[in-house]
Design a binder for this molecule. Structure first.
Ligand SMILES: NC(=O)c1ccc[n+]([C@@H]2O[C@H](COP(=O)([O-])OP(=O)(O)OC[C@H]3O[C@@H](n4cnc5c(N)ncnc54)[C@H](O)[C@@H]3O)[C@@H](O)[C@H]2O)c1
Length: 264
């Protein structure tokens, strides 16, 4: 299926990361040029090397998405190197698990600064550029299943991703009339290798997750990349404001309930 990505410019944050590398490679496979945005210069360079090795055009753009000046500078650098942006992917993030009783103000602010403010700032900067040139662009934010499913220690993380979900909806309403679509993916548990029940490397909590995951495996970064491509593709031009769960079904509900055929 042609996703019509040839020559498109993707501004992708967190592209040096675990999910980020796979997402960048998926866009490159479809013919897009990727601006590899990350605060970690080494990680960004490694993703660019992987992209260039496939014959794709890519550039590393290093900076901190929590800082408005960095975001504006990075967008300028990316545009100069590859052309104006057609697709924004927000794949940066941190995911600490800190009991709320022990969370400091600095920790709380840092989680929201990176996960939520960083997403807002890139959306704002890229959408302004798209509107200025009348581009029918697409934005895909990486949220999390944790946005709608609380977990111990997750007040900051779950809250920051719940805010990403609502930011996605609000921005979809705001920029839809300009022809810009805004969607999000909400991944389940993705590790460096795909684990299945009984795998010796699976920690206790992973085995518990697997028991409640209908597809009986953890996710691969590529699972998320394919969903992001779908949401970014122009052919899906009526899809906006959606939060697509890509979880192997782990967030459908609770499987640990006894069955019963008692009809009265
Ligand atoms: N791995 C999972 O199981 C999982 C599940 C649900 C959601 N997610 C989300 O997916 C995204 C990527 O996760 P990952 O597993 O690839 O993590 P990762 O740590 O491998 O990648 C995150 C990347 O973001 C970059 N980054 C962090 N702060 C930044 C900043 N201020 N400015 C620019 N770049 C910054 C990091 O340098 C890193 O390269 C995150 O938003 C995470 O919350 C991951």
């Amino acid at each position: 299926m042609d996703l019509q990505m040839t020559g498109k410019v993707v501004f992708q944050t967190g592209a040096g990361g675990r999910l980020g590398r796979a997402i960048a490679l998926a866009f490159a496979r479809e013919g897009a040029k990727v601006a590899v945005v990350d605060v970690n210069a080494q990680a960004a360079a490694a993703t660019v090397a992987a992209l260039v090795a496939t014959g794709s055009e890519a550039v590393a753009v290093v900076g901190d998405v929590t800082r408005k000046a960095d975001v504006e500078r990075m967008l300028e650098e990316a545009t100069k190197a590859l052309g104006p942006v057609d697709v924004l992917v927000n794949g940066h993030g941190i995911f600490p698990n800190i009991p709320m009783l022990e969370t400091t103000v600095e920790e709380w602010d840092q989680i929201f600064a990176i996960n939520t403010r960083g997403t807002m700032l890139t959306c704002q900067a890229v959408a302004k550029q798209m509107i200025a040139r009348g581009a029918q662009g697409a934005i895909v934010n990486v949220s999390s299943g944790a946005a709608t499913s609380a977990r111990i220690g997750g007040a900051g993380y779950c809250g920051s991703k719940a805010a990403v979900n609502l930011l996605t909806h609000a921005f979809a309403i705001e920029v839809g009339p300009h022809g810009i679509r805004v969607n999000a993916v909400a991944p389940g548990l993705i590790m460096d290798t795909v684990l299945r029940p009984g795998d010796e490397h699976a920690a206790g909590y992973v085995n518990m997750m697997l028991e409640s995951t209908p597809m009986r495996r953890t996710g691969a970064p590529e699972d998320i990349a394919e969903a992001i491509l779908f949401l970014a593709a122009e052919r899906n031009s009526w899809v906006t404001g959606s939060i697509l769960e890509v979880t192997g079904g782990s967030h459908c509900g609770r499987p640990h309930v006894p069955l019963s055929r008692n009809l009265r």
